[in-house]
Structure formats: structure tokens, C-alpha cells
Design a protein around this ligand. Sequence first.
Ligand SMILES: [Zn+2]
Ligand SMILES: [Zn+2]
Length: 62
Amino acid sequence: MALLICPECAYTTDDPRRRICERCKSDLVRECPYCRAPITAEPAIYCDQCGEKLRVSHVPLQ
Ligand SMILES: [Zn+2]
Ligand SMILES: [Zn+2]
């Protein structure tokens, strides 16, 4: 299943129609910005493919 994550906070959704984080209104991402691998695992912190960090914030996961 493809996931969309907010790079600013810990928000994650599997709703493919959602574009904006409902918490902080940032754009959600559905793929790694570095290698374009789809995000499929939760919690998505690092890309499965290239290991780059997917989140820019340091908000702890709940
Ligand atoms: Zn957010
Ligand atoms: Zn990647």
C-alpha cells in the first residue's frame, strides 16, 4: 500500500486523494524526493531504497 507522509510532522495517511497535511498544512509526499521510490512502510523515516531521511523535522513519532 502506498503511503503519503508529511515531511514536517509525523502525519501519515494512506488516503491517495489527500495532498495537504491536516496538522500543519504542508504538502504531503508519496515518494522519496531523492530516488523516487514509493513510500510503503510506516513509520517512514528513512527511504527503503536509498536510505535518505524522509522527514525534515525532529518531531518524535507517537
Ligand atoms: Zn504535517
Ligand atoms: Zn530514496
